[in-house]
Ligand binder design. Sequence first.
Ligand SMILES: Nc1ncnc2c1ncn2[C@@H]1O[C@H](COP(=O)(O)OP(=O)(O)O)[C@@H](O)[C@H]1O
Ligand SMILES: [Mg+2]
Length: 333
Amino acid sequence: MSERIGEPAIETSGLVKVFGENRAVDGVDLRVPAGTVYGVLGPNGAGKTTTVKMLATLLRPDGGEARVFGHDIVREADAVRSRVSLTGQYASVDEDLTGAENLILLARLLGHRKPAARARAEQLLEAFGLTAAADRQAKNYSGGMRRRLDIAASILNVPDLLFLDEPTTGLDPRSRNQVWDIVRAVVAQGTTVLLTTQYLEEADQLAGRIAVIDTGKVIAEGTPGQLKSSVGSGSVHIRLRDAHRREDARHLLAQVFRTHVQLDPEPVALTARLLPDGSEDGPAEMASRALAELTRAGITVDDFSLGQPSLDEVFLALTEKTATNEAKQEALA
Ligand SMILES: Nc1ncnc2c1ncn2[C@@H]1O[C@H](COP(=O)(O)OP(=O)(O)O)[C@@H](O)[C@H]1O
Ligand SMILES: [Mg+2]
């Protein structure tokens, strides 16, 4: 690895990709420190895959610039390609071959001699818990096994930068945990990982920094902690004795906290996000003020708890902010 200390693995500036009228990626600035897991978090259609494809040199940008380990992704695409690997919906795994055959074949294509290819395949099958399934055709693998095989295939040669595009979408929690362990092992070897995900918990678990992306734009960036604190200090979850009083409680809490109060699936439960209200009060003081108000209004609280904001709440708050800003801009236009 020849990069200078502190040089980012990825740096983009105003990256754009347009499909017809659709600005799928609309001016994305990213800076991904080398040796870390960087999360790109966003809903379906946000522009995650398009961004990854441009950075992996599979798609040519329509605007802006990007460098991977200092190499321009358009002018020095070969140099970029030699440093990166990609896992996702483009996997090169052949359904009719067994797990072992797939890895050996791909290792041979990468230039390994037969014994070395075999050895590397065995090593990865072992590391990814696929030894028992090594001689089964890939088409008979479960979703979790298949995803692990995809990742194994993408790290036959340990890449300096690995793109993992939604590696756990659709997986059950156990398989998801296995993939998370693999990601941690990969980054421990010194590989930088750019991980896209729709799962807020996943970004929180794995990534040192996160860019939240929506409709082709980065709407927030920072550590998971910074993102949480930019949104508010958490939420108060309240369970009422009487479901009939929930609307009253909602109005009251909305007044006290000057925030949106969410009705939870359970008919007695509701959640209020705590936003900084300009006072010195921390979350505990704000929550006790709310409880006092509810009591004064004759609404009985059976249970309450204070929670750190989840990244789900962070995302909701951030996209609400964008929507509000857009509404403001439209109103002013
Ligand atoms: N090859 C393509 N041709 C036309 N539109 C595309 C193409 N690829 C993606 N898009 C559109 O670009 C937007 C971003 O897509 P994508 O990057 O796949 O989002 P994500 O990976 O975050 O779900 C979507 O509106 C999608 O429909
Ligand atoms: Mg995608």
